[in-house]
Design a binder for this molecule. Sequence first.
Ligand code: GLU
Length: 446
Amino acid sequence: MSKPIVRFAPSPTGRIHIGNARQALMNALFARREKGVFVLRFDDTDLERSRREYADSIEVDLAWLGIPPDVVVRQSERIEFYDAAAERLRDVGRLYPCYETAEELEFRRKRQLARGQPPIYDRAALKLTQEDREKLEAEGRRPHWRFRLDHRVVGWTDMVRGESQVDCSSLSDPVLVREDGTYLYTLPSIVDDVELKISHVIRGEDHVTNTAVQIQIFEALGAHIPLFGHINLLTTASGEGLSKRLGHLSLTSLREAGLEPQAVASLAVLVGTAESVRPVADLDELARLIDFNHISRAPAKFDEHELEQLNARLVHEMPYEAVRSRLAALDADGGEAFWLAIRGNLTKVVDAAEWWVIVHGPIVPIITERAFIDDARKLLPPAPWDAGTWKTWTDAVKAATGVKGKALFMPLRQALTGLDHGPELGALLPLIGPERAKARLSGEAA
Ligand code: GLU
């Protein structure tokens, strides 16, 4: 295979969500694995709804995921290419002017439905004479332009779905150009796929019907047709579609919530495939796991709880060097021993800050067994403390008081940390240190 050129083509009308990230990752990681090119194309021909700030945030999100694009293009800067293609389609008689208003179309649609007919555009505009058109224009009407579909079955070999076909005789001729001369999604997408020599169009399953239409337009333009792969969509855990407009699970919000990009990427790529969903610590390995032949046909459910669990599993394995600067930024860099003591109790790296306070204070100790805790305090071993101190101490307390098991450990944990759960005390005790431990066992906030 020659080097693939792929693209992720969001419209910058909102922040991208995890479902969009799935499509972006499938493209970017495929390109990475095959040493190809990953293009980020902003579908921003809708000037009303597209915003530069959304485009910028999408770039930040992709960089955070570790998949910055090799090339960025904006459709709003490429209109001349679309104009040329539209001209070509007019020349070959495939793009025709229509003058119906939205109300007229709606009325016809309702009438068709009432008669039990499919609501397909009836091509009335094809029957207009030059005179009719001039008359309509003289009334101030401006045309929108439709592509005249061939009413036939269009087939392709889908990278994901295998042999695929769509019967275009049941489709309306798509509008490519609006009344005001601006373009809808379809034509610019094809023109850019041609101009940028996109070899594989990998996108959501919601585009299957578009693909049939687009193949006809590629053909009408005499252009090379890329390969297509349609990936199942992600839904919420309760099965609703994700919506950019509703701000569903935006990557920005996941990032701000302190989730690891690798956790997000692992879930976004592996869910709904033959691979088990698990944390994969590097993108190259994740790229190797992508297999377009084994992506499920059913929509895949995205569960935020599952994401947290993946995140926790990644964090539990993270070496100190990988998090050192982040701990410093949280004011919680307690050194390697601190990190190794607490990482198994974290869901997110940011949670380290809470454990730093537990170690470093001040905390309010919980003392339930005053006399027992006094006895235990008196038995604290002399400094310096190390990983064996906890055992030495608790053996001595057990021997002196006869208390053992949970009745021994829980009051000590509560007095030393103010909590009834947490990391191994063997690891925490030397971090808390003799001075603070004594104060806490005396009931002082320290
Ligand atoms: N802007 C389109 C979308 O977000 C791109 C679809 C495509 O990949 O062709 O759905």
